[in-house]
Design a protein around this ligand. Structure first.
Ligand code: G6P
Ligand code: 1S3
Length: 604
């Protein structure tokens, strides 16, 4: 198709998302990691729009305080002069793009008129909706005002493409089309609202998919406003896209439009020049996980850390969507297989998610502290012994090694004995690290499959109902470091439009399990034949029953446990080698196509 655009016109790209300078979930990762490669192409003709939350923005936003003479700066001034709160500055991330953030409250009572019009024009009822929807509608209106003014001021000499991410950014999109504002629009849905709810609540979701009545289901789950904004945005954008073929099927049913394009998600990948560097990091951070494991388990019993593998899963608490159920079921089968085979290996599985809790379990904290004390005492004994042995060796005539006990003070011996005594307990190591506000499905399932950390179990479970951060006293690692220290990531999701978690393993050289119902798994199967050989295992959840898929997963893990250390090292090298495929410098081209197409469609 030949471009109909005037070659002399400048192009401007604007991306709009609720998660600009406001981290909530996966979309933040998409936008933020993509920025460097967008800036590389668009330079200063790339701007992002987001909501303004002062506390969140404080750490990642730097205002532009002078008149920069740009069309964006002028529109910002004009909106401010009408009493609207508009922040304009740089997002302090790699690439440092310009951003415009809108203070939603500054719309004041005008929000009521906006909501009335949503009803009058599109039959979107926002009566009695949760506050988040009200905020989203306010944000959408401010975005609409901004784009309308910008187009009026500059569309004669600039071609403007606007990319909206999710319904939370796009409630103003239908009006932009209705008013024929001169901007080309792309709308990307990163998951459908209805898909998220129905996959979680309707058994056999994929089989029933073609037969769902979107409106009835939206009413049933009380998400009619959200689902309708999403549907209208999909239908009224010049170009409609989603993140995977898996989600594209839902879009057809729930949003009434087949996506024009699929835009797979990438990361901004920085690889080490020396190949062995990431392997060294694995060892370094594995040591830190060892420390936690010693504190947590060794008060009850011990096992050989040289023969211990760390598996983990991580994600928001959508119990069956994220495949936590099948993971636990498969682990129970793995435990049985390992015991039957008389294996001396141990697998420690970390289930990382976020659930309401009161505090870290005091016993877990206490045992961690006691372990630290044992370590300090050992260090003190080591120093004392070393010094005295040296003196003795230098001064003495006897060339044989003396009895070392004589070099350690009674005080240190007693202290070590006492600490070890209070460290030891007859109780089983807890399988949950925090005091939960209430018992949840994870706890119930762990009990049901009896993975309760008995001494004879080859598979141990640590349920950590909080995301990992470096301030966390149990690990003292950030999420990326924790991933590096593990051996295998396990993410056999049932509902996952894309799924960054397996990709986050791949780029750190950690093998991973995904599923063919996740966008990432589906994509890898399309682009690579020998993915398993490269350390990416895909569980078939599309055509297998829960039971069959659990068996497949148990077998995958059992094979992994039987790999030699040499095999594991080779596999880590192979998986890390794939990373570049997912670098935005490669995947940006999908976005480029979407923007070009929107600009072409807008023109005629
Ligand atoms: C890296 C290091 C090796 C180490 C190995 C442990 O490859 O370079 O020195 O032996 O990790 O691997 P493992 O799979 O047992 O944690
Ligand atoms: C969504 O975030 P989620 O975890 O709620 O968007 C992500 C980015 O596209 C995607 O990776 C994920 O699968 C979706 O579910």
């Amino acid at each position: 198709m030949e471009s109909l655009l005037s070659p002399s016109k400048r192009k401007l790209l604007i991306e709009v998302a609720w998660e600009v300078c406001n981290q909530v979930g996966g979309i933040y990762t998409v936008i933020r990691s993509k920025v460097p490669s967008m800036v590389e192409k668009w330079d200063t003709d790339y701007i992002l729009l987001g909501p303004y939350f002062p506390q969140r923005a404080a750490v990642e936003f730097e205002p532009i305080t002078h008149d920069d003479g740009t069309e964006i700066g002028r529109v910002v001034q004009s909106m401010r002069s009408r009493g609207l709160e508009v922040q304009y500055g740089h997002w302090l991330i790699t690439g440092k793009p310009r951003v415009v953030l809108f203070g939603i409250q500054s719309l004041g009572p005008a929000i009521e008129q906006v909501k009335y019009q949503l009803w009058e024009r599109y039959q979107i009822s926002t009566l009695g909706v949760e506050d988040l929807v009200n905020q989203v509608v306010g944000f959408g209106e401010l975005v609409r005002i901004f784009l309308t003014e910008l187009a009026a001021e500059s569309a004669r000499h600039v071609d403007i493409a606007v990319h909206f991410h999710e319904w939370m950014a796009s409630s103003g999109l239908p009006d932009l089309r209705r008013d024929n504002v001169k901007v080309a629009t792309v709308f990307t849905t990163h998951a459908t609202m209805l898909g998220r709810y129905l996959a979680q609540n309707e058994s056999g979701f994929y089989g029933k998919l073609p037969f769902f009545d979107w409106k009835r289901e939206a009413q049933h789950y009380n998400i009619e406003a959200q689902a309708t904004i999403e549907r209208l945005s999909a239908q009224q954008s010049h170009v409609f896209t989603t993140v995977s073929d898996v989600t594209a099927r839902e879009c057809e049913v729930f949003l009434g439009r087949v996506p024009d394009l699929i835009l797979p998600n990438g990361l901004n990948i920085v690889r080490f020049t020396a190949v062995h560097e990431f392997q060294n990091l694995h060892v370094k951070f594995k040591e830190r996980i060892h420390e936690f494991v010693m504190g947590h388990f060794f008060q009850s019993y011990s096992f050989d850390l040289e023969k211990t593998l760390y598996f983990f899963t991580s994600g928001r608490f959508e119990f069956s969507n994220k495949g936590y159920d099948i993971t636990l079921e498969a682990l129970a089968r793995l435990n049985w297989k390992m015991r039957e085979a008389n294996m001396d290996m141990t697998v420690v599985m970390f289930m990382i998610t976020k659930q309401p809790f009161r505090s870290i379990n005091p016993d877990v904290l206490h045992s961690r502290a006691l372990l630290d004390e044992i370590q300090e005492t050992c260090k003190a004994i080591e120093n004392q012994l070393g010094d005295k042995l040296f003196l003795n060796a230098a001064a003495g005539e006897d060339i044989n090694l003396p009895d070392l006990n004589q070099f350690v003070d009674e005080y240190w011996r007693l202290r070590l004995r006492r600490t070890i005594q209070s460290f030891k307990t007859k109780q089983l190591p807890p399988f949950v690290t925090h005091d939960l506000v209430e018992e949840d499905d994870m706890v119930r399932f762990i009990r049901q499959v009896q993975l309760v950390n008995n001494a004879h179990d080859r598979v141990k479970v640590v349920y950590h109902p909080d995301f990992i951060s470096s301030t966390n006293p149990l690990f003292g690692l950030d999420y990326g470091q924790f991933v590096r220290g593990c051996h295998l990531g396990v993410f056999p999701s049932y509902y996952e439009p894309w799924g960054y978690t397996p990709l986050e393993c791949v780029v750190r050289g950690i093998p991973t399990v995904t599923s063919d119902l996740s966008g990432f798994g589906d994509f890898i199967m399309q682009i690579m034949r020998d993915y398993e050989n490269r350390g990416i295992y895909v569980v078939n959840r599309k055509t297998q029953s829960f039971n069959e898929a659990a068996d497949q997963l148990a077998n995958i893990m059992f094979r992994f446990v039987r790999l030699s250390q040499r095999d594991r090292i080779t596999q880590r090298n192979r998986v890390e080698n794939i990373a570049e495929v997912f670098d935005w410098t490669n995947l940006r081209s999908y976005y480029d196509t979407a923007h070009d197409l929107a600009l072409k469609r807008r023109k005629p």
